[in-house]
Design a protein around this ligand. Structure first.
Ligand SMILES: CC(C)(COP(=O)(O)OP(=O)(O)OC[C@H]1O[C@@H](n2cnc3c(N)ncnc32)[C@H](O)[C@@H]1OP(=O)(O)O)[C@@H](O)C(=O)NCCC(=O)NCCS
Length: 154
């Protein structure tokens, strides 16, 4: 398994992996999400990201095929929390046939190293409250609940 970083020629594969994530994750947890967004807007969005020095775009490969992706961002320091240098894990997915082989762990390890190099002192990620697999995975990577977003229908 290899993890490659910010390779412009790989943007179409990044878009495909993001499309699959939207379909699987938002598709089963958020009926209001626009599942057509990656196909429509993804190419421009991820092209900008690979050129952004405060963003990280990772693609993992196994025998040449895409095994997963991770998108990270370093956020500007907020005057409300001046001591916090926060990096956000914005999106990640491992191909269904490659799960529980350590691909996700390798992607997160590369994200942690990237964030540390840039001076981050805290990492954040959001997941749907009923995405139990993702929550168990993030806990296994050392993440713990910090803020909890509550919602209700009106
Ligand atoms: C969540 C996800 C990225 C994990 O990737 P992965 O490559 O399968 O994870 P790893 O093999 O590195 O797992 C490392 C450890 O995390 C935990 N873990 C991973 N997936 C888990 C699951 N479904 N249930 C419980 N624990 C899990 C385990 O402790 C695992 O170690 P083990 O296999 O030795 O028990 C992957 O399941 C996925 O893409 N899911 C669908 C998309 C998604 O939910 N993305 C996150 C959106 S917020």
């Amino acid at each position: 398994m290899t993890v490659s970083v910010d390779v412009t020629e790989e943007v179409p594969e990044l878009v495909k992996s993001a499309e699959a994530l939207f379909a699987e994750d938002a598709g089963s947890h958020d009926p209001r999400m626009d599942l057509g967004w990656p196909a429509r807007e993804g190419a421009a969005y991820y092209q900008d990201l690979v050129e952004d020095e405060n963003a990280l775009c990772l693609l993992a490969r196994s025998d040449g095929a895409v095994a997963g992706h991770l998108i990270g961002r370093l956020l500007p320091v907020s005057s409300l929390r001046p001591g916090a240098v926060r990096a956000v894990l914005e999106s990640m997915r491992v191909a269904a046939e490659r799960r529980r082989e350590g691909v996700g762990e390798a992607l997160v390890a590369a994200f942690v190293a990237w964030a540390k190099e840039r001076g981050a002192n805290e990492l954040a990620v959001q997941a749907y409250a009923n995405n139990e697999g993702a929550l168990a995975f993030y806990r296994a990577q050392g993440f713990e609940p910090f803020e909890v977003r509550l919602g209700r229908a009106v």
